[in-house]
Design a protein around this ligand. Structure first.
Ligand code: CO8
Length: 257
């Protein structure tokens, strides 16, 4: 792959978008490579995934404007679908995902961060949906995920005005979970990922699925989604070991599955 690097540290995978000449902007090739990298993650041995951008200036500066500039209507729709398919794969990825936003997260960059479960950012991060200033709507789920994350009013303000916000404002409105100095960001993401990886993998995955699926339905259906997730953990080795350890006043020495 030309624009993606993937490494692992213990149970944690780190996927880095590395296209410095265009501030890590997403063209068709980058989108294809992200999909390929996700498909190749060893889910048996990986318990959390970090997504970041290379360098200390930009996470992802958006979809590639040069590529989009000449698209026909049909090609534009196809490009939008390609991005949506990849981002949905990321959003529904079986293990938790953390976006470590190390700079510009504009348009498609903000959108890919919102497809992750958790966003941590550096102090120099800038979030925004500049699309209407380019004559398009947000196209990789921005109109939908931003409104769900920060509420319709703030999402509409950001999208209609195309104004960027800085890290502190992103934190204030709940778009990011925490802000760190640039130099500490990746370590902070790794620490959080390692904390997640310490917990029972079946339970963590089932929790993610329950939260995601429950948010798409009404509360009566949502609690049924949770019942199923909850039930699915019983008789697992981890459930037995976790509860036995509590009752014996000990700690589990590494969950298994
Ligand atoms: N696409 C292509 N190239 C880009 C992009 C981009 N999104 N962002 C930056 N670049 C390139 C620049 O063209 C420049 O290339 P070159 O050196 O060859 O001229 C290089 O990266 C460095 O950029 P700048 O010189 O502009 O760097 P600055 O530090 O001056 O500015 C900014 C940094 C503010 C991030 C600026 O580059 C910028 O405004 N970029 C565009 C941000 C943007 O508008 N993003 C949203 C794009 S639209 C989108 O994401 C839609 C998503 C949904 C698509 C659905 C399709 C159907």
């Amino acid at each position: 792959m030309e624009f993606i690097t993937y490494e692992t540290e213990g149970f944690v995978g780190i996927l880095t978008i590395n296209r410095p000449k265009a501030l890590n902007a997403l063209n068709s090739q980058v989108l294809g490579e992200i999909e390929e990298a996700l498909d190749a993650v060893d889910l048996e041995n990986t318990r959390a995934l970090i997504l970041t951008g290379a360098g200390d200036k930009s996470f992802v500066a958006g979809a590639d404007i040069a590529e989009m500039s000449t698209l026909t209507k049909a090609e534009g729709e196809a490009f939008g679908k390609k991005g949506n398919d990849v981002f949905r794969k990321l959003e529904t990825f079986p293990i938790p995902t953390i976006a470590a936003v190390n700079g510009f997260a504009l348009g498609g960059g903000c959108e890919i961060s919102m497809s992750c479960d958790i966003r941590l950012c550096a102090e120099n991060a800038v979030f925004g949906q500049p699309e209407v200033g380019l004559g398009i709507t947000p196209g990789f789920g921005g109109t939908q995920r931003l409104a769900r994350l920060v509420g319709a009013g703030k999402a509409k303000e950001m999208i209609y005005t195309a104004f960027n916000i800085k890290a502190d404002e992103a934190y204030r409105i709940g778009l990011v979970n925490a802000v760190y100095p640039q130099a500490d960001l990746l370590d902070a993401a790794k620490k959080m990922a390692a904390k997640i990886a310490k917990n029972a993998p079946i339970a963590v995955r089932a929790s993610k699925k329950a939260i995601n699926e429950g948010l798409d339905v009404d509360m009566d259906q949502a609690i049924v989604v949770e019942e199923k997730a909850f039930g699915s953990c019983f008789e697992s080795e981890d459930q037995r070991a976790g509860m036995e350890a509590f009752l014996n006043k000990t700690k589990v020495d590494g969950f298994k599955n």
